[in-house]
Design a protein around this ligand. Structure first.
Ligand code: AZC
Length: 789
């Protein structure tokens, strides 16, 4: 976008006056933020409108996701419009600090973790690539909770991003629809957010539905002074979009959750079909030619029976014809092999919440049951395993696979495991449905925005084409022996570490040595991600430094950031354990500055933008086979951190791209785990035989550490020692510790370390979400670039 300073100033002043009756020089940072946001909205309005017009004529992909973890929009929008520097400069001239303005924005945190953030990166790539794609979800009034620490334990407080309204949302009452549940109906009111592509006029849309009651107040009741009763209906309806379920990779199975899912899915499909009819009339057989719908995990899978309902009940299409349309329209992404995350709904509940949808689901189930009986007449077990309704449970993943034309995993290893194990029956039945789509991240937010120093240095070296084509980074390899370049990327890393140090001093009052190694693990807290392995190693290291004060050792700071699902006791215990150990180590004067442990409170997108650029080591240490892909691992790599990881998820591909010699790979592989399981794993073996391990594990129960009486340390101890150490923490400990020592030695050689950094950056090209999205567009959705002039 062309930047005209006078015009911006005029608009901004006008907004401030109209909205707050304040002049630019007296406006508060909040007022400037609001007015600036609205000014951006006014400048993109026309392009947004034209994008919608153009897209309506062509095939579109709709991304149905219960989560979009967007983070802040202002900075990203200005960058994508290509006016970020100009705005910063212009505000500076007016005596306004841009950073202060940016900090007025709350994160739009409508997601839990990887799955939600992936959806957000996909939105950015779709718009940047001029692809006709739109997101649909729920406008949760409260996103993921804010995390605070009290005595080292997590406490949750509601997140309130809409408290002062959101400048990036436009209400569209003309597109409101009604969603019918068994017992009641609610209004679904859409709000659109613009998704501004980088260096293009295209502005895509993320549509979020808000729930409202049909009758806001029951006047009859209200007149009898029974106010609570009168507002009951309103509250019940509004509950639907009130709060995001704070679970990552586990399935809650609650009624409200099912209502949320059906609510946004039904509203979205009604919307999609209404728009289709406007252009194509009643030629429903053309739906797959113009519409592709991606189901992001099992959460929106109820869309399959819902489209059947719309076609059969509302539009009068024959069941058989409708089913053909459905199968060609949907595709499904699986994000996990953890059994507890594959959603299953209890028949009774499903029937109560969406009775008509239950009948249709049963119809689909019966149809498939007959197919199975014909396919496998001699294998009743297999028939039973594959049924959509089994006993009194509805298997949403099975419904998804049966009703989709494509099914994908999110990294090569993950897709292979699905095909060989979890979804083996299905892969045998439908080999052509299965494909892999390795995840990616947008380099606009995760390098250009979060690390402007490294971004502009890269541009200085190889030009700026990488911003739209990340494979360009490969050109950096020509500098692998260039000492000047190597020392510059080292210096940039130090600069970013200093910025993080400053931030953590301000927000948490901690002092960190910027010359120490920053070893970082940021992600949701889950046993399979093994934050426990990490902190065990730290505790062991602490003992060694105490016993051997002259040990040759580069000072190291271990940084953690993680939210635990509020009901996940063990995860919360691990947070307490990290903070407990942090307090001991950080408070030990003999250790000062050699070893430090920091738990960053309330880890979220905005904090992540400060952490990734400052990391030296990227901890990706999940039990092999458990992490479907990971995407944080890609953000670290792009910013020159070296992976310390197991061969799990996308780590496998990261190591392959950068060369295994440029990462620190350790621990059991998937096949080692299979073998050990067969043989029988006894955690007492490493416990008794690995030097130092026993004293680390026993610290949980011998009084050296304290869970303040909650009993959770004993529980963790028992999970390891008596209940089989499911995630092989003890088994992998020794190899992990060995790699940690190697890192500490290698870090001293600055040039060879910087070479590793450069190798990682140069080979991060594959992990752009642009590459991922192009694969989806070409191999699943069949959508084409539609550029606005
Ligand atoms: C995550 C996976 O755990 C992670 O490995 C993957 O990178 C990410 O999806 C994106 O594909 N799964 C979730 O976040 N799941 C939920 C329900 O939050």
């Amino acid at each position: 976008m062309e930047f005209n300073k006078e015009k911006w100033k005029e608009k901004l002043e006008e907004r401030l006056l109209e909205k707050f009756s304040v002049s630019l020089k007296d406006a508060s940072p909040f007022e400037v933020y609001k007015a600036l946001g609205e000014t951006v909205m006014s400048f993109i309005a026309k392009d947004w409108y034209e994008t919608k017009q153009e897209y309506s004529k062509t095939k579109q992909a709709f991304y149905l996701s219960s989560e979009f973890l967007m983070g802040r929009a202002l900075g990203n929008n200005l960058i994508n419009l290509g006016i970020d520097k100009e705005i910063q400069e212009f505000l500076k001239e007016l005596g306004i600090d841009y950073n202060q303005i940016e900090d007025e924005e709350e994160d739009a945190a409508l997601g839990n973790g990887g799955l939600g953030r992936l959806a957000a990166c996909f939105m950015d790539s779709l718009a940047t690539l001029n692809l006709p794609g739109q997101g649909y979800s729920i406008r949760y009034r409260n996103g993921i909770f804010n995390q605070y620490l009290r005595d080292g334990y997590q406490v949750e407080k509601p997140e309130t991003w809409l408290k002062y309204e959101d400048v990036w949302s436009v209400m569209r009452p003309e597109d409101e629809v009604v969603v019918n549940f068994g017992y009641t109906s609610v209004r679904a009111l859409p709000y659109d957010m613009p998704i501004i592509g980088y260096g293009t006029k295209n502005v895509n849309t993320l549509r979020l539905w808000e729930a409202h009651s049909i009758v806001d107040l029951d006047l009859g009741v209200f007149n009898q002074q029974d106010y609570l009763h009168a507002t009951q209906d309103k509250t019940l309806a509004e509950d639907i979009s009130r709060v995001l379920y704070p679970n990552d990779s586990t399935d809650e199975g609650k009624k409200l959750r099912l209502r949320q899912q059906y609510f946004f899915v039904s509203a979205s499909l009604q919307d999609i079909i209404k728009k289709f009819k406007k252009v194509h009339g009643r030629e429903f057989s053309k739906i797959p030619e113009f519409i592709s719908i991606q189901l992001n995990d099992t959460h929106p899978v109820i869309a399959i029976p819902e489209l059947m309902r719309i076609l059969v009940d509302v539009e009068g299409v024959l069941w058989e014809d409708a089913w053909e349309i459905v199968k060609k329209t949907f595709s499904y992404t699986n994000h996990t092999i953890l059994a507890e995350a594959l959603e299953k709904w209890w028949v009774g509940l499903y029937q109560e919440v969406v009775p008509r949808i239950f009948q249709i689901t049963e119809g689909i189930h019966n149809q498939f049951k007959n197919e199975l009986a014909n396919l496998y007449p001699n294998d009743v077990n297999k028939q039973n395993r594959m049924q959509i309704i089994q006993g009194n449970m509805i298997h949403m993943a099975w419904l998804a696979i049966y009703g989709s034309h494509k099914v994908n995993g999110v990294a090569e290893l993950h897709t292979e495991i699905l095909k060989e194990h979890e979804l083996r029956d299905w892969y045998e039945l439908y080999p052509d449905k299965f494909l892999n789509k390795t995840n990616g991240i947008t380099q606009r937010r995760w390098l250009l925005k979060s690390n402007p120093q490294l971004a502009s240095y890269i541009t200085e070296l190889i030009g700026d084409a990488w911003i739209k084509d990340l494979s360009e980074l490969k050109k950096l390899e020509q500098f692998i022996d260039d000492k000047k370049v190597l020392s510059k990327i080292w210096d940039i890393k130090i600069e970013k570490k200093k910025e993080l140090v400053e931030y953590l001093r301000e927000t948490q009052g901690i002092d960190i040595n910027p010359n120490s190694i920053f070893d970082v693990q940021v992600k949701r807290l889950h046993e399979y991600k093994r934050q426990l392995l990490n902190i065990f190693q730290v505790y062991d290291l602490y003992q060694q430094l105490k016993q051997n004060p002259n040990m040759d050792f580069v000072p190291t700071t271990y940084i953690y950031g993680a939210k635990a699902a509020p009901g996940y006791k063990v995860a919360k215990g691990i947070i307490r354990l990290i903070n407990d150990i942090a307090q001991i180590i950080n408070g030990d004067d003999e250790i000062k500055d050699r070893l430090k442990v920091v738990f960053v409170e309330n880890y979220r997108v905005t904090v992540a933008e400060k952490i990734f650029p400052a990391a030296d080591i990227s901890e990706q240490i999940s039990t092999a086979g458990k992490e479907a892909s990971g995407t944080g691992n890609m953000k670290f790599m792009l910013n020159g951190a070296i992976t310390l990881g197991t061969l799990d998820g996308a780590n496998v591909e990261i190591a392959k791209e950068a060369g295994e010699e440029n990462e620190y790979i350790f621990g059991m592989r998937v096949k080692d785990i299979e073998e050990l399981r067969k043989k029988g794993y006894d955690p007492r073996f490493p416990y008794n035989n690995v030097t130092g391990l026993k004293q680390v594990v026993d610290a949980l129960i011998d009084g050296r550490l304290s869970d303040l009486g909650s009993g959770i340390y004993r529980e963790i101890h028992s999970l390891l020692m008596e209940r089989g150490d499911q995630y092989f923490v003890l088994e992998d400990f020794e190899d992990y510790r060995r790699k940690q020592r190697e890192i500490n030695r290698d870090y001293k050689d600055k040039i060879s370390w910087a070479k590793k950094m450069l190798k990682n950056i140069a080979n991060a090209g594959k992990f752009s979400s642009d590459r991922t999205i192009l694969e989806y567009a070409n191999e699943i959705w069949n959508i084409k670039e539609t550029k606005i002039k």
